[in-house]
Design a protein around this ligand. Sequence first.
Ligand code: SF4
Length: 202
Amino acid sequence: MTIVNDHFKTIAPVGEETPEQLLDMIAQSVAACRQCYLCEGRTNVVPGFGNPEARVMLIGEAPGKNEDLQGRPFVGAAGKYLTELLGYAGLTREEVFIGNVLKCRPPSNRNPQPDEITLCAPFLRDQVRAIGPEYIVTMGNFATKFILRTDRGITKLHGRLEQTGRFKVFPVFHPAAAIYDRTKRESLEEDFRTLGEFLRQQ
Ligand code: SF4
């Protein structure tokens, strides 16, 4: 059975649907969404993509130009780098689910605005509930602050395992921020190696 959460007006997984079915329903709701200004400039919505039963769910900030054109998350240079980073953790793209806080591209890749995050967040919450990952890897400040409900920045939090509810949360720098920053690259690669160690331990 599917219910609609009156508060968030999105689908809450409470019945016998599979994670894949729930993700499809959420993606359909995202495709129809015109709740914020970002719907005006989008080519495609980018609801997220990956394994519906992933042990690891990665959350970034918002779609960029390539993602908007293809309707898939992390398909540009940052996406290529993310695939490489997953390898440091012993993971492949096929094993994980990748999403973003916002499902539509902000103009000129500007930062997400608080009202946009508030309006779009229920979709992400429902995706987390549908997948039920063991680990949530938050990439960058926006995803980390949203998931951990903290004001602390990614520079302090990256590479440290946190617990929120039943989820283990592992913040890392956003891959796009590290492509041309050697120091961040080293931190990011080290953090993904650490993630791999956690995954192998349990
Ligand atoms: S960014 Fe989110 S809330 Fe705004 S229109 Fe897109 S799907 Fe809807």
